[in-house]
Write a protein that binds this ligand. Structure first.
Ligand code: SF4
Length: 263
C-alpha cells in the first residue's frame, strides 16, 4: 500500500522544526505536486517509524495502564454493577496516543467483548477515525464508566450511568488521562461531558469549540449513537467539522477532499 509523499514530507519537515526550533518552508506548488505521489516503502519506514524514545515511553505507559486495568477488573465499588457485568471494559488503543476519545459507558456488545465502542456506534467511530486518517490503534478510547449500567431483568437496551456511578468510577479515567497525556481529548456526548467536567449543558452549546480539561484541549462533539438515531446530514456534518478542528489542533495534514467530506 502506498502513502502520499506529502504526508512523509510533512513528517520530515516537522522533525526539522522540532530539532531546529524554527519552521522550515515549502512552496504550495511543491506540496501540491506531492499530494498524490506515492512513496517507496523504505522511505516511508524511515520517516514514520517511531523513535526508540517514543517506543520506550509507550512501553512505560502501557505498564502503568496495565496496573490500573488489573485494579479495575477486580473493582466492586459499585456492588450492583460488579454483580451484573460480564467483565469490565477498561480502554483500548495506543498508550502514547496524541488523541483520546471518551465515551459514557459500555453497552451490551462492549460488556460481552470487553472493549469500548465495538457495537454499531463503535463501528461509526472507527469510520470517523478512518476519514481522519487514523486507525483505532493510533488513538486511545475509554469510557467514563468501566462497567455496563445494569438493566432490569428481561429488558433490553442500555441506560445512561447515574451521576453517583460516574463519580465513583471517574478516578480510573483520570488516571488513564494522566498517564496517556494526550495532546487532544474528545468527549463524545453530554454524558461524557458530565462525567469528565461535572457539568450539564445542551450539546448545541458545548460542541464545536475548545474547552480544556487539566490544560489539555478538549473538543466536545455528539456521540456516534446520536448520529445513528439522527441521520440528518447537517448533524453528521457538525461532527465532521468538530473532527476537522481536532485535526487542525493536532497539526495533521487536511486534504481538500477531507474538508468537503460528509460522514
Ligand atoms: S463502574 Fe467503575 S467504580 Fe463501579 S464497579 Fe465498575 S469499575 Fe468499579
Amino acid at each position: 500500500m502506498t502513502q502520499p509523499a506529502l504526508d512523509l514530507v510533512i513528517a520530515a519537515l516537522e522533525r526539522i522544526r522540532e530539532k531546529n526550533d524554527r519552521a522550515p518552508r515549502a512552496s504550495r506548488t511543491a506540496l501540491a505536486r506531492l499530494q498524490d505521489a506515492p512513496v517507496a516503502p523504505s522511505l516511508r519506514e524511515a520517516y514514520t517509524s517511531p523513535t526508540e524514545q517514543q517506543l520506550q515511553a509507550a512501553r512505560n505507559k502501557a505498564d502503568l495502564l496495565a496496573a490500573i486495568r488489573e485494579r479495575v477488573a477486580a473493582c466492586t465499588k459499585c456492588a450492583h454493577l460488579a454483580c451484573s457485568r460480564t467483565q469490565t471494559v477498561f480502554g483500548v488503543g495506543n498508550p502514547d496516543a496524541d488523541l483520546m476519545f471518551i465515551g459514557e459507558a459500555p453497552g451490551a456488545d462492549e460488556d460481552q467483548q470487553g472493549e469500548p465502542f465495538v457495537g454499531r456506534a463503535g463501528q461509526l467511530l472507527t469510520r470517523i477515525l478512518k476519514a481522519m486518517n487514523f486507525a483505532r490503534e493510533d488513538v486511545y478510547i475509554a469510557n467514563i464508566l468501566k462497567c455496563r449500567p445494569d438493566m432490569p431483568a428481561g429488558s433490553f437496551g442500555n441506560r445512561p450511568p447515574t451521576p453517583a456511578e460516574m463519580q465513583t468510577c471517574r478516578p480510573y479515567l483520570l488516571e488513564q488521562i494522566d498517564i496517556i497525556q494526550p495532546s487532544v481529548l474528545v468527549a463524545l456526548g453530554a454524558v461524557a461531558v458530565e462525567g469528565l467536567l461535572g457539568m450539564r449543558a445542551a450539546m448545541r452549546d458545548l460542541r464545536g469549540r475548545w474547552h480544556t480539561y487539566n490544560n489539555i484541549p478538549l473538543m466536545i462533539t455528539y456521540h456516534p449513537a446520536y448520529l445513528l438515531r439522527n441521520q440528518a446530514p447537517s448533524e453528521k456534518r457538525k461532527v465532521w467539522e468538530d473532527m476537522l478542528l481536532v485535526m487542525e489542533r493536532l497539526e495533521r495534514p487536511i486534504t481538500e477532499r477531507q474538508r468537503n467530506y460528509f460522514l
